[in-house]
Design a protein around this ligand. Structure first.
Ligand code: AYL
Length: 541
């Protein structure tokens, strides 16, 4: 009986206990069982670290952060890195130093980076040499004066005025006594990714050690876990191609997998051939994917049963995957793999539901994971029952404390009795199996990445010829969705759709670019001034 009297959908799994420690202590708690194992290795260069090396180098980095950069408990360090083997060293070093990690997509423009540096109150930025100058530009735009630490990925030299990460980690003389002063508890914020939530601009999502540890322990539940028993001599290897700067990568791939002594095979850039070769070469048996990756694997000529021979488990998350796409992949691999579907959000650390092993229903996202309660409500917040479609609400230890410095957004996001509003439309059957059917919130997801309409609308309004703008998501065959803009021009405007697209292109990351623009006379709005996106969708799409 998944359904409680009051309409709460309960997890079918046994409750778990959340160990009382920091995320840093949690990840390293089993280090002595596997110091010699590879922690991370680059699929392109073979550069990597054993668990012991990763631990020692990140410890030295932590001491440098406190000694040389005067980092204090609770200070934020921005991390703008692709998937390189050094990523966990940087992240865990910041945690050990008592800091908070705020991750940034390395393809962001200076315009996007500066906003997050200001909002997160970053005290330093860690990036790679290749993007150090872009960060410099962002720091200038933000009128900040904070140090940049750069990781070398290929023997290049560190640009002027920038500190070398490797020089810091190789400094044998750094005084480590400062680390004894660090005071962090399980309830302190340690990870601050940005998400637009149900509405508006990206906001800092305050995740505590407890949130992230809970999510690691929740996905260790025997019926749903996606890795093997890693205490023996066998070591699982996980293909780390989904970005580690995103919550899915950071939590499920990095923190959780490292706590289990699993090998991260990191890919800094996605190239199909290299990806297929690495799957075979590193015998990766676990793959976390988003729909575009599964579709690519099913259709790309370089993929073959041989390349997939070591794969045991594939987990899809971040956006819906159709049954046909899953089937297509099985046809290609000539083998039925353990295929799972997970659902969640940045705000929920991220996992909320996951299909158990053997549940061959690709359309659903499974049951709520341990310690997680769900509710489905209509637009008057009345609780609905089985097979009724409504907004999905979540309660559980993985739900964020709130958005950084944004009480107004918190108020919209949590109900009075503490339920977190996902902004997703879902249906639960009699067993409590969840199917996500649509998105109620304005958020657009292109290839699993967040494209907040409000952010694009703000950029569009900066254009001198634009009077008003509204952005909605339209279905796209390979990207899932892509943004489409409706623009009301000023009366004396002299511009074109192409010129406006190019204007946006300079300010946003490639996946947020607008290819479709329609000029209209007025934007439909509610009496409160809210854009009626549904009306635009119904009328023009
Ligand atoms: P954010 N099916 C449909 N939509 C999904 C799914 C899914 N399986 N997973 C996430 N979404 C959408 O913050 C949904 O609209 O975090 C949700 O509100 O970038 C939004 O994406 C959240 O986007 C996992 C693996 C969760 C990955 C994730 C992804 C977290 C994405 C659980 O096991």
């Amino acid at each position: 009986n998944a359904w409680a009297q009051d309409g709460t959908i309960k997890s079918p799994y046994k409750n778990i206990e959340i160990p009382n420690c920091t995320l840093y202590e949690y990840v390293w708690q089993n280090l002595d069982k596997w110091p010699e194992r590879t922690a991370s290795v680059c699929a392109l260069t073979g550069r990597g670290y054993t668990y012991e090396q990763a631990f020692k180098l990140s410890n030295t980095f932590a001491a440098s952060l406190r000694n040389k950069f005067k980092l204090r408990d609770g200070d934020t360090v921005a991390v703008m890195l692709p998937n390189i083997p050094d990523f966990p060293l940087v992240a865990l070093g910041i945690l050990e130093a008592g800091g908070v990690i705020s991750t940034i997509n390395p393809i962001y423009t200076p315009h996007e980076i500066q906003r997050q540096l200001i909002l997160s109150e970053a005290k330093a930025v860690v990036t790679i040499c290749e993007t150090a100058n872009k960060v410099k530009e962002a720091i200038k735009l933000a009128k900040l004066n904070i140090p940049i630490i750069a990781v070398k990925t290929n023997g290049e030299s560190v640009p002027q005025g920038i500190v070398s990460f490797h020089e810091l980690t190789e400094d044998m003389h750094v005084d480590k006594s400062c680390l004894k002063e660090v005071r962090r508890s399980i309830d302190d914020i340690c990870f601050l990714p940005y998400s637009s939530g149900t509405t508006g601009l990206p906001k800092g999502v305050e995740l505590s050690s407890k949130n992230l540890i809970a999510n690691c322990e929740q996905i260790n539940e025997p019926f749903i876990k996606c890795h093997s028993d890693t205490t023996g001599t066998h070591q699982d290897a996980v293909m780390t191609v989904l970005p580690l700067f995103h919550i899915y990568g950071a939590s499920v791939l990095m923190f959780h997998k490292m706590s289990q002594g699993i090998k991260l095979v990191t890919m800094p850039k996605f190239q199909p051939e290299t990806f297929f070769d690495a799957l075979e070469k590193y015998k990766t048996n676990i793959l976390f994917a988003a729909p575009p990756l599964v579709i690519m694997m099913a259709t790309h000529p370089a993929g073959s049963p041989e390349k997939f021979q070591y794969l045991e488990t594939i987990v899809n998350g971040a956006a819906p995957l159709s049954e046909t796409d899953a089937e297509r992949f099985f046809t290609k691999s000539k083998r039925k793999l353990d295929f799972r579907q997970g659902y969640g959000l940045t705000e929920t650390s991220p996992v909320v539901t996951l299909t158990p092993r053997g549940m061959d229903n690709y359309g659903c996202v499974g049951y709520p994971i341990p310690n997680t309660n769900l509710k489905i409500v209509n637009n008057e917040m009345k609780t609905l029952g089985a097979n009724e479609k409504g907004e999905l609400l979540v309660k559980g230890p993985q739900v964020m404390r709130g958005y950084k410095d944004n009480a107004a957004a918190d108020k919209e996001t949590f109900t009075e009795d503490g339920w977190f509003r996902t902004g997703d439309l879902a249906i639960a059957d009699h067993m409590g199996i969840i199917t996500i059917s649509d998105r109620l919130k304005e958020l657009i997801k292109e290839k699993g990445f967040q494209v907040p309409p409000a952010e694009l609308e703000a950029v569009l309004r900066e254009h001198p010829d634009v009077n008003e703008a509204a952005v909605i998501g339209v279905p796209h065959p390979t990207k899932g969705e892509s943004p489409k803009a409706f623009i009301v021009l000023k009366s004396n405007a002299n511009t074109s759709a192409k010129e406006i697209s190019e204007f946006v292109e300079k300010k946003v990351a490639p996946y947020k670019r607008i290819d479709e623009i329609t000029f209209i006379d007025s934007i439909p709005k509610s009496s409160a001034g809210k854009i009626l996106r549904r009306e635009l969708k119904d009328k023009f799409c």
